[in-house]
Design a protein around this ligand. Structure first.
Ligand SMILES: [Zn+2]
Length: 264
């Protein structure tokens, strides 16, 4: 229901593009994990966490502040609180109320992240996975202080997404003997991880040509390819729509109904 929350003075569009909304939502929930509500209210996640939404976080908070300052729409606030009651406990609601302006900004951020999450949940496993692999952070800062700490730890949600895509990639590689590590690394490469093909081939004890051939198959499956006319010895190539572009198209259509995304 929250996705259709309407207002006579419609809320300021927080995100110009669905991409911004996706980045925000996926990483918002990440930073909320394990944080006490009081802490979240004092410094809502959208504003903190370097590399999360960066300065955008502050800009978003500023926009929300202006929206609520300028809004005389009591009805809007009433519906926001009604939404809050469906996701927070009574005790949490009291805490949020006590936080006053921060509380209402926190609520609006939570509502927006939640609305995007709900749309993501409508996607198939592989569609959702390619979106998460593209927009969620690969790793999170770690402050554990252990001697072995590299200062960051992997984001389990991103890792799960890569696992799902790697699993689904098996279908595109049917008929090929596919090494699990090779498949996984080639999928990771599509989503921005640097991969040394020769080292990967050595590690998996497969021929580098095999790695290169599988790389092509996985890339076409995920990222698609443009049609090419026949030229010389090369045969004509048909256009293929990649899994990622298809998922984005579907999700963008769904997100376009949300009241807080788009130019206005
Ligand atoms: Zn650590």
């Amino acid at each position: 229901m929250d996705a259709t929350l309407e207002s006579s003075s419609s809320p300021e569009k927080l995100f110009r593009t669905t991409e911004e909304a996706l980045r925000f939502s996926l990483n918002y929930s990440l930073y909320q994990q394990g944080r006490a509500l009081a802490d979240r209210l004092a410094t809502p996640a959208g504003r903190k966490g370097k590399g999360l939404s960066g300065s955008d976080g502050a800009a978003q908070a500023g926009m929300l502040r202006r929206f609520f300052d300028g809004s005389t729409d009591a009805d809007y606030a009433r519906r926001l609180w009604a939404w809050a009651k469906t996701v927070f406990t009574k005790k949490e609601i009291e805490q949020i109320e006590a936080a006053d302006k921060n509380g209402i900004i926190f609520l609006e951020e939570a509502r927006r992240a939640h609305a995007v999450e709900q749309e993501l949940d409508q996607l198939t496993t592989v569609e959702r996975a390619v979106i998460v692999a593209r927009f969620a952070l690969r790793s999170l800062p770690c402050h554990c202080g252990r001697a072995c700490c590299a200062g960051h730890r992997p984001n389990p949600e991103w890792e799960a997404a890569i696992r799902d895509v790697t699993q689904a990639a098996l279908v595109s590689l049917s008929g090929h003997l596919s090494h699990a590590l090779v498949r996984r690394k080639l999928v990771e490469e599509v989503f921005g991880v640097k991969v040394n093909l020769q080292q990967l081939a050595d590690k998996a004890s497969v021929n580098k040509n095999t790695v290169t051939a599988h790389r092509k198959i996985i890339r076409v499956w995920l990222s698609g390819q443009k049609a090419q006319p026949a030229k010389g010895k090369r045969e004509a190539v048909l256009a293929v729509e990649g899994v990622e572009a298809a998922a984005r198209l579907k999700l963008d259509r769904m997100l376009s109904y949300l009241d807080f995304i788009g130019d206005e």
